[in-house]
Every structure is written in structure tokens, then in C-alpha cells.
Design a protein around this ligand. Structure first.
Ligand code: ADP
Ligand code: MG
Length: 239
């Protein structure tokens, strides 16, 4: 089954609330982290393990707060630049190569033809791809195959990037809930990865679709409108 996953209104409200809260929590947390680091300089060897654990956990909370703030404000943080999506995907896969190999995950990429130029914030789109990659890996604890493919659909004027895994898959109930903030089936999941991803793609006026079958696998497809022109040129100077 296929479903389109955009629940923008609900996300907006939840996002704004969470971002406010996240901001309030982040400030004292920064103070705490700073003071703990101060102790570090005089730390006893026996305390090192606790120290490392505390810092690690603070950083984890910080990561969650960043996700929360991104839901509310996925506005492009950088000026859109011409982005080579294939290169971005290759780099991402390279970065996670050894981690995936360890899990027994085989990776394939299919770049169908050349994609038209896209102008976007590479950091944001990378965050989306990373979320999809991480979810695929989580779904293949016992190994499997990840297939990443890109294509340009001329008729629809969109670029499609798909992450297909041969993992545990999802039942219909889970698919229905995707994108709901904090919805997770994982023991240490945040349930914010997809929420953030949907918001980022929505900001680009794109969509994310999913097909999944329990016990067979899942494919997430990111659809991005193909912008032929540079954003600056849209206002129409005749060069
Ligand atoms: P998290 O990864 O922290 O759980 P996400 O928003 O990234 O949060 O994902 C929400 C839930 O969607 C996951 O807990 C999982 O149940 C389901 N899910 C997402 N991607 C996949 C996938 N590729 N295969 C199976 N289930 C998935
Ligand atoms: Mg995730």
C-alpha cells in the first residue's frame, strides 16, 4: 500500500510548542554541560567512566532538542545552493559503510540518468537522507540489502530519491502513524526522525511516500520538485 504523508497543520502546532520547550531546556543544559567539563580538568581516573557517560547523555538530550526545534523551524538555514544529490548520497553511504557492513547490510545505488540541477540547503536534505538510512539500518538488524536510487520524472517535473530496504517492514497501523511526533516502535527511538524529515521536504514543496510490507521490506521515496532555474534568476532578469 502507498500513502502520502503530509500532516502539515498538526505538525505545525506541535512543532511550535515543542520548539519553545526545547529552547527553554537547552539553555540550562548548556550550563550543566559547561560546569561538568570544568570538573573534568580535575577529575579522578575512577570517575572517568561516569564523566563520559554524563557528557554522552547530555549530548543525546541535545540531539533530541535539535530535532524538536527543527520540526518547528525547518526553514532553510543556508542559502539554497546547487546540490549534487548523487554525490551527497555517495558521501553519506561512504560515511556509514563500515557500520552497515558490520550489520551484514549490502548497499546498492542506482542513479538513473542525470538529474536536473536542484537548488537547496544540502545540510537539510542530508538530514532527511540520514534519517531514512538510519531507519533502514534499524529495520535490518539481521542484515539485508539497502537500495538507494534516484530518477528524474520529466512529466511530473520531480526528482525521486528512494531508500528501499529488505528489513522487518511495517503493518498498516504503523504506516498510518508515520510522521506523528514521538511515534516510535524502538526501545531507544525518539520518533522524531520522520517528523523532521517530512517538515524539511514539505518546506521544499515536495512529498515523502512509503510502501511497506511486514516481513518483506520498506521503501521510502522522497519527491522533490525539479527547479530548472537558479532561485536568484526567478525574479526575471534577462541575462
Ligand atoms: P525512530 O527511528 O526514532 O523510531 P522515526 O520517526 O525515524 O523515529 O521512525 C518512526 C517509526 O517508523 C520507527 O520507530 C519504525 O517503527 C517505523 N519505521 C521507519 N522507517 C522504517 C523502516 N525502514 N522499516 C521499518 N519500520 C520503519
Ligand atoms: Mg529514525
Amino acid at each position: 500500500m502507498e500513502r502520502e504523508l503530509m500532516r502539515s497543520e498538526k505538525l505545525k502546532v506541535v512543532g511550535e510548542m515543542s520548539a519553545g520547550l526545547a529552547h527553554e531546556i537547552r539553555n540550562p543544559l548548556t550550563t550543566i554541560r559547561g560546569f561538568i567539563q570544568l570538573f573534568d580538568s580535575k577529575k579522578e581516573a575512577s570517575n572517568e567512566r561516569y564523566y563520559n557517560l554524563i557528557i554522552k547523555e547530555i549530548d543525546r538530550v541535545n540531539g533530541i532538542l535539535t530535532d524538536l526545534m527543527n520540526i518547528a523551524n525547518p526553514k532553510l538555514s543556508e542559502k539554497p545552493r546547487e546540490t549534487n544529490l548523487e554525490l551527497l548520497i555517495d558521501d553519506l553511504l561512504l560515511l556509514h559503510q563500515s557500520q552497515m557492513k558490520k550489520k551484514g547490510i549490502e548497499v546498492n545505488t542506482y542513479f538513473h540518468g542525470r538529474l536536473p540541477a536542484v537548488y537547496l540547503d544540502a545540510n537539510k536534505i542530508q538530514q532527511v537522507f540520514l534519517n531514512l538510512l538510519q531507519n533502514a539500518c534499524d529495520a535490518m538488524e539481521a542484515g539485508g540489502r539497502l537500495t538507494v536510487s534516484t530518477s528524474y520524472r520529466k512529466q511530473e517535473e520531480e526528482i525521486v530519491i528512494s531508500f528501499a530496504d529488505t528489513g522487518i517492514g511495517m503493518d498498516e497501523r504503523t504506516i498510518e502513524k508515520l510522521g506523528t511526533p514521538f511515534y516510535t516502535t524502538k526501545e531507544s527511538g525518539t520518533g522524531l526522525g520522520l517528523t523532521t524529515s517530512y517538515r524539511i521536504i514539505e518546506e521544499l514543496e515536495g512529498t515523502i511516500s512509503v510502501t511497506s510490507k511486514k516481513g518483506v521490506g520498506t521503501t521510502f521515496s522522497v519527491h522533490i520538485p525539479a527547479d530548472e532555474e537558479k532561485p536568484e534568476e526567478k525574479t526575471g532578469t534577462d541575462d
